[in-house]
Design a protein around this ligand. Structure first.
Ligand SMILES: [Fe+2]
Length: 261
């Protein structure tokens, strides 16, 4: 049995501290073999710096996926070629650097993480995620555990990709909205699915942002400076139990820890 823990969007210092606080006990409690997570909001809410990347790896993340804020910190351009655990959106413009699908080996088993951006209600320039996955799947082997982090806004688009990839990958796990959904399940052909894993970041916040600054923007129509919230974090993730002999998912379990837990 292979147990994989995927952590939802890690937001800012609060989220990074939560890894330090919760991960060791969770790994022990569930017998986790490998931890992966979405880090596109890890450096002060947007993007990735070298220091934050090193911190996430130090705290046990074997692969880190990104999203629409991948290049919000320009510093990433300086070290992306050395960041061999970083997975950027596969369907981002080809002019941008980075690797969109990466494999690591754990206990002799290949584990692949692919990062994809959605189109609906997203304003970036990206290729069609469905077609991108077809292309990728046509050139890779089947003897691996393949997890897709679909970083997208619309629930319908996420569920559609889940069904499109059902039986073709081991998991389609949604990120980006920062709100955990309660629809984790195995799809008819065996792919594990959840619309959104949820956020690992400041509990008293509006999806990670400071409450008063967001309310000011929404009530006055005037956008101020982006402010990330502080304080204790909630911790969101999913655990995948996988039969690594047949590359078959046995179970998906949702984890949502609140600061008072
Ligand atoms: Fe995002």
């Amino acid at each position: 049995m292979m147990k994989i823990f995927m952590i939802g969007d890690i937001v800012g210092q609060s989220g990074r501290r939560a890894l330090d606080q919760y991960l060791p006990q969770l790994k022990q409690k569930y017998g986790i073999d490998v931890v992966i997570g979405n880090g596109e909001n890890a450096a002060h809410g947007k993007g990735m710096t070298r220091r934050v990347y090193d911190e996430l790896v130090f705290n046990g993340l074997s692969l880190i996926s990104m999203g629409n804020h991948t290049f919000s910190k320009r510093e990433l351009f300086d070290f992306i070629d050395e960041a061999d655990r970083l997975v950027v959106p596969l369907n981002q413009p080809a002019t941008l650097p980075g690797v969109g699908s990466r494999v690591i080996e754990v206990k002799g088993i290949r584990i692949r993480l692919t990062n994809l951006l959605g189109i609906t209600f997203m304003n970036g320039i990206v290729d069609n995620p469905f077609a991108c996955m077809d292309q990728l799947l046509s050139r890779i082997g089947k003897n691996e555990i393949h997890i897709v982090d679909f970083h997208a806004e619309a629930t319908s688009e996420k569920l559609a990709l889940g069904h499109y990839l059902d039986g073709r990958v081991q998991a389609v796990l949604g990120t980006h909205t920062h709100i955990q959904t309660a629809d984790e399940r195995l799809l008819p052909k065996g792919t594990a699915y959840i619309t959104d894993i949820g956020m690992t970041g400041p509990y008293d916040s509006i999806i990670g942002s400071d409450i008063s600054s967001i309310l000011h923007k929404m009530t006055t129509g005037l956008a101020g400076r982006y402010q990330i919230a502080e304080g204790p974090a909630q911790f969101c993730g999913v655990i995948l139990d996988i039969d690594e002999v047949h590359y078959r998912v046995l179970n998906i379990e949702r984890v949502y820890l609140r600061p008072e837990n």
